[in-house]
Design a protein around this ligand. Sequence first.
Ligand code: HEM
Length: 336
Amino acid sequence: MKYRLTALLSVMTALTSTSVLAFQQDENRYAVPASATAQDFIAVFKELNGEHPGVRKGHARGVCAAGIFTPTDEAQKRFASPLFDNVSLPVTIRFSMGGGNPEADERKGPRGIGIQFDLANNQKHTLAGLTSPLFSGSTPNHFLGLLQWNVKLMRGEATREDLEKYFQANPSMLRSIEWNKGRTPSAEYTSTDYYGIHAFWANTHDQQREKFRWQLVPDGGHEYLTEHDIESLPSSFLVERLEKRLEEEGQISFAWEWTIGQENDPTNDPSILWPNDREKVNVGRVTITQVGGDACTPINFDPNRVAPGIQPSDDPVLPIRSAAYAISFGKRLSNQ
Ligand code: HEM
């Protein structure tokens, strides 16, 4: 009897340690990478998209446009930055498709916008935003892990179940997945909101500073692809639609809206939205008057290059963006 009990206990112990071991192996397998550098991102973009010399390593497919920015009275009265000091500023805009494929399929995926504001004395303010308000996870490491799983999927070394386990093991990634559920890509580059995702700070005229997150809202309204559009459209249609709308309407505009954060709203986690009831300030209008041309080629739409009076926050994704954009910029201008 005693012998049987001992044998049973050893079997149970063996089973428990096997499952603990399996759990630990799973935990390690689906953990976010311990480190993430700008070079890691450039390398993984190359693995996913192949080599495209002279082209942006992210958002490779895109189109340039130009126009003006006109600040509102409210922005001029409230925020102390030369971004708002003039009646209007010239802007150079680039609409793009996410990913490093210069032939990216426009029936899928997020769209991006880059804007350079030309201030006096050759000062610039640049931004780059996406059609989703949330980053895939709270750190760049989360996003790097996702891209690395995509490489494994592409090579047949992992399954969709692995990807699902990666998300479940790192729940900050689930918020952007949840937000995107049931949404389809925009029907036009100018029929969707764009979001800056990160928090920034702006100086005010009363010597304070306020945290904000920005959003561009199309004055012409929102329109998204239907399931039928996704099945029937060719893989390229966005530039044609942009040119056609501009020809018909003469100009296309977005309201630039800032959501002002309150004291406890986090600035260091781009995977969390601030509560809905936060104050929104319309700080100006971006109006597009021309499409096409090469004016965007020498522009690096680095979100950390900000006008005086504006500062990037402590969001951990922001610094790595500057480093990655600089590598991509250097490479593409030297035909690599
Ligand atoms: C770890 C995070 C990220 C990395 C490593 C990364 C990397 C890159 C790279 C290498 C480029 C090409 C830059 C160039 O050659 O000029 C790029 C472009 C771009 N990225 Fe990111 N990105 C990140 C996050 C984001 C986020 C959070 C947003 C949106 C808020 C964003 C929006 C864009 C846009 C719109 C462009 C195209 C800009 C243009 O037209 O030149 N990226 N990204």
